[in-house]
Design a protein around this ligand. Structure first.
Ligand code: ZN
Ligand code: ZN
Length: 309
């Protein structure tokens, strides 16, 4: 794992990001219209775009390619796949990758943006609504993504990621009316979001640990099905730069199968696989656990022994 500079432990306060909160509510409310606007063509659009944005965009591109550089593709393909990820409306590639690199560096520590040690719903969605002093700073977060920040195409995709989805919505409306917009944007985004979010919540709570990684990551079969292999999350924390996340014969990993198919076409090269000992974070000291518990419950530090309250 790459060594990252230390960052200050976030203060146990909650500053709501209104734009993100309203955006997440808006997309969920739009998804409620799915039963009333169902058509088989709209369902086809849903399936197509959830594969394009969820599997190829988020899992294969944002996660395994950009965050961990577990394989290489030609630049034209890297940009195309990054655009697919951007259409998942999970933020642009720079912020997404920075957030995930911080998660790996501090998994289930106080600095982790989305540890379920703060509760299931914090890890699943509430962390997205809270302002983070580093990751939401206009420039500070870029120290985690210098490799992407220097690339003008990635900067452009980052800046325009909302507009790209607006343009896709207009195109779907022109081709198939509201039915295609509801299923191709609102229902599809809601579905892909919750699948991605389950990796942060469920796959850090339920499942088995093949490797001792000193944090809560788990291998979870049903999250792996919903996320095209991302649910083999304990394997992934043990070997973050491996392109394969499923490591046992029964740990099916569709994304790795796609990477291997891309290799046959000559598109994917320098595919990295597990090597050496698994990555392991240092175990937390009792003092660190105590600090963690205070942050979790957002209570002030207990009075020192012997000091009258
Ligand atoms: Zn994790
Ligand atoms: Zn990762």
């Amino acid at each position: 794992m790459e060594l990252l500079p230390d960052i200050p432990i976030p203060a146990p306060k909650f500053r709501l990001k209104w734009d993100i909160t309203l955006g997440i509510l808006f997309i969920h409310l739009g998804a409620l219209f799915a039963p009333m606007t169902f058509s088989w063509s709209a369902f086809g659009v849903f399936i197509f775009f959830q594969l394009l944005t969820g599997c190829l965009g988020i899992t294969l591109a944002f996660h395994r390619l950009l965050t961990h550089r577990s394989f290489k593709v030609p630049k034209w393909l890297e940009y195309t796949l990054t655009l697919f990820g951007s259409l998942a409306i999970q933020g642009g590639p720079l912020k997404w990758v920075a957030t995930h690199r911080v998660h790996h560096a501090y998994a289930d520590r106080p600095q982790d943006p989305h540890s379920p040690n703060r509760g299931f719903w914090w890890a699943h969605v509430f962390w997205l609504l809270a302002f983070d002093d580093v990751l939401d700073h206009p420039t500070k977060f870029t120290m985690y993504v210098n490799d992407l920040t220097i690339d003008p195409v990635h900067r452009f995709i980052e800046k325009t990621h909302v507009l790209q989805s607006v343009a896709l919505g207009v195109l779907l409306f022109a081709l198939g009316g509201w039915s295609w917009v509801v299923w191709g944007i609102f229902a599809r985004c809601t579905f892909v979001w919750h699948c991605t979010w389950l990796v942060n919540s469920a796959a850090h709570i339920w499942g088995y640990q093949t490797y001792t990684t000193n944090e809560g990551s788990r291998n979870n079969w049903w999250v792996a099905i919903l996320t095209y292999g991302e649910g083999w999350h304990n394997n992934h924390h043990a070997y973050p730069t491996s392109a394969a996340h499923g490591l046992k014969w029964w740990e099916f990993d569709l994304t790795y199968a796609i990477i291997k198919a891309m290799a046959l076409l000559g598109w994917a090269t320098e595919i990295r696989l597990p090597r050496g000992n698994p990555a392991q974070l240092p175990a937390l000291s009792p003092a660190e656990y105590a600090k963690w518990a205070r942050q979790k419950t957002r209570l002030p530090a207990p009075p020192l022994a012997g000091v009258a309250a």
